[in-house]
Write a protein that binds this ligand. Structure first.
Ligand code: SF4
Length: 359
């Protein structure tokens, strides 16, 4: 099998203006960690996430007061809003009245099949998307009993049972997520489920921890799936600022060849052959490109060993020399610059590429 594999065929689900599944690119999402009742703080954080590249945002709805603020939040943001509901199905119905773009529930903690069905039917009536989440921490007792614990088979079987419930009432605008904090269980459960149907999958590893360990653990869990063509949207769950989640998600998508969002920076680890301040230059360039959405490769290389080769293959690049560097653009040397002028020289070339792309 050549990697990455062709995307698994899934049906498209509309979430506000965003399509998840079908031929749409794998969508990047996150969740706020502000109190949803603090509308100003929540909107501020959503805007930060949006700037970083978040395409869909979820907010916690722990009570009626939080649910009552959803419309106010939605009116002030540009990306689709998802209401995260647990334990009380009436909050989902209240969120639907607030015109959210998607509801997320875990049937395992919502209080039984009837309540899940009531939410499914309400989403169907309102034309709102639904995410059905199966988590190892809130798996229904019947599956825990049948499989002796939250095994991949138990998680996938629970998800299939919910798919059948939706199919029974003719509802197809839903997405499934099967999450675990164990990357191996996550991979196996999603693989099992993916072979069964065309329901779009939301990928994520729960309780991953903080950056960088959580990012690495998430990459280990999500990459085999993405490389196999499985996954239509993803959330990287990290303790701390959610903006970090977006950056990690974008890196995972880039590395698995699923999507290039913004520039990809290729840089060597440096070694004793380095003769120019590459680390500082790489930092400045990375910082300057933080909000650039041009899908280009930028190579920043230490010396003549791999430098010219990598820099030539990239859209733009630097190959370091003695207190200087060669500036490359699409395979050709543009000029040789002293170290102090390399950052500006490279950024100028990127500006030119950007101007050409927008013509
Ligand atoms: S490109 Fe040059 S400086 Fe960078 S790691 Fe390779 S040999 Fe060392």
């Amino acid at each position: 099998m050549s990697l990455p594999a062709k995307r698994r065929k899934t049906r498209p689900v509309r979430v506000g203006e965003l399509i998840i599944g079908g031929t749409a690119p794998v969508a990047v999402q996150s969740m706020t960690n502000t109190a949803t009742t603090d509308v100003a703080a929540t909107v501020r954080q959503v805007k930060q996430l949006e700037t970083a590249g978040c395409e869909l945002v979820r907010v916690a709805v722990p009570d009626r007061e939080a649910a009552s603020r959803l419309q106010e939040i939605k009116q002030q943001i540009a990306i689709p809003l998802v209401a995260d509901i647990h334990f009380d199905h009436r909050l989902a119905l209240q969120a639907l009245d607030q015109q959210v773009d998607k509801i997320r529930i875990n049937p395992g903690n919502i209080g039984g099949k009837d309540k899940t069905l009531e939410i499914i039917k309400s989403c169907q009536k309102q034309g709102t998307a639904l995410r059905i989440g199966v988590n190892s921490g809130s798996l229904e007792k019947e599956f825990l009993r049948q499989y002796g614990g939250p095994t991949p088979e138990a998680l996938a079987s629970s998800a299939v049972a919910h798919v059948k419930l939706c199919e029974k009432v003719g509802f197809d605008q839903f997405i499934v997520s099967i999450k675990s904090s164990d990357p191996l269980v996550l991979v196996e459960a999603n693989r099992l489920f993916a072979g069964y149907n065309q329901v779009p999958l939301h990928l994520g590893l729960t309780e991953a921890g903080s950056y960088p360990a959580g990012a690495i653990k998430t990459a280990v869990g999500l990459s085999p799936l993405l490389l196999a063509g499985i996954g239509d949207t993803l959330r990287v769950s990290l303790t701390g600022d959610p903006v970090q989640e977006i950056k990690v998600a974008q890196e995972i998508l880039r590395a698995t060849g699923r999507r290039q969002i913004g520039p990809e920076i290729i840089s060597c680890p440096t070694c004793g052959r380095l003769n120019y301040p590459m680390e500082a230059i790489e930092k400045q360039i990375r910082h300057a490109l933080q909000e650039c959405d041009l899908p280009i490769t930028v190579a920043i290389m230490g010396c003549e060993v791999n430098g010219p080769g990598e820099a030539r293959l990239a859209d733009v690049g630097i190959a370091g020399g003695r207190e200087s560097g060669l500036l490359f653009r699409r395979g050709k040397v543009v000029k040789k610059l002293p170290a102090a002028e390399l950052v500006d020289g490279l950024l100028d070339e990127i500006d030119k590429l950007s101007a050409e792309a927008s013509k």
